[in-house]
Design a protein around this ligand. Structure first.
Ligand SMILES: [Mn+2]
Length: 311
């Protein structure tokens, strides 16, 4: 008897050249830059990662996965594709493992254009250091800006491995500019803790959140934010059982639904100007990691534009 081939098939990614290659796989009429309210930026940069590698492949994997997301939103019972969602060409670094400063400068320039054009900007990474370039651009045009940072790590080191722009310093550069609120923290160093205390930075540790009802801590977090909010998500802010494909997985993170409740409440009470999802390092057979990232990105769009006070 002939043996059956029981090896699982490889994941069938859509190929880059398969049209339409953009966030959600939208037809042409919904993706024109000028007509789009939303821009998705792709930053496949990986220069200062510490533990496991692969985050340069993050944006591509999220775009691939997004093509399987339904555009009808179950919270608002609406679709948001008619707002227009433009996906920028990936900003490729000049070479692999190049220094962060020149790349972050390019990130800043590209984002600045979108900010001036009043787009709602979603950025996909790539390592977390690029967020400082994005936020710098927002900072210049957005009064009363605060940053909601979701991460297992503080990312508040003054410098790390010889650079002030490492992924481990991403939020330190940001906190030099604007108010930052940190959620889902599980790991920190003494020097970062000293900095947090000295500067009275709001930090919500995951183990403290797990002791409280979601509604209560979500309310506390949102109350601590300014009127305009930029959201920066490191995928390791979520529990690694939800997003295992990340460089430094830390146990005890946020549940998916907790994160969604937080995003929903922020979108309801504040003006969310942009969102990034960083540090996805795709691993074969863990496609639910990138699918979850794509889902979070679209859910944010739905929460922002699906508010009952918007027509
Ligand atoms: Mn992290």
């Amino acid at each position: 008897m002939k043996k059956k081939n029981i090896r699982p098939k490889k994941v069938a990614y859509l190929k880059r050249k398969d049209p339409p290659y953009n966030f959600l796989g939208l037809p042409k009429k919904y993706v024109d830059y000028k007509k789009s309210a939303i821009v998705v930026q792709l930053f496949p940069y990986e220069g200062t990662v510490s533990y496991t590698t692969g985050t340069s492949k993050g944006p591509r994997a999220i775009i691939d996965a997004s093509r399987f997301i339904e555009d009808f939103d179950v919270y608002s019972k609406k679709s948001f594709k008619a707002l227009g969602i433009h996906t920028s060409a990936p900003l490729n670094p000049s070479k692999k493992y190049s220094k962060p400063e020149p790349y972050i400068e390019k990130v800043y320039q590209q984002t600045l254009k979108c900010v001036k054009d009043k787009k709602f900007i979603i950025s996909l990474g790539g390592e977390h250091s690029v967020s400082s370039g994005i936020i710098k651009a927002f900072h210049e045009f957005t009064p009363k800006l605060s940053v909601l940072h979701i991460d297992a790590h503080g990312d508040l080191r003054d410098s790390y491995e010889g650079t002030n722009y490492s992924h481990a310093s991403a939020l330190r550069r940001v906190s030099d500019l604007v108010k930052t609120v940190h959620v889902g923290m599980r790991t920190l160093s003494q020097d970062q803790w000293d900095y947090v205390k000295k500067n009275k930075i709001k930090m919500f540790f995951a183990h403290e959140l797990h002791e409280k009802p979601t509604k209560d801590w979500v309310n506390e977090v949102v109350t601590s934010l300014n009127k305009n909010v930029y959201i920066s998500i490191d995928t390791d802010g979520l529990d690694p059982s939800i997003i295992p494909a990340t460089g430094t997985p830390e146990p005890g993170g946020l549940e998916y639904i907790e994160l969604i409740e937080l995003l929903r409440e922020v979108a309801k009470r504040k003006n969310v100007v942009g969102l990034d999802i960083m540090e996805l390092a795709p691993k074969e057979d863990f496609v639910y990691s990138e699918f979850t990232c794509a889902r979070i990105a679209y859910q944010m769009i739905a929460f922002k534009y699906g508010r009952k006070d918007r027509k």
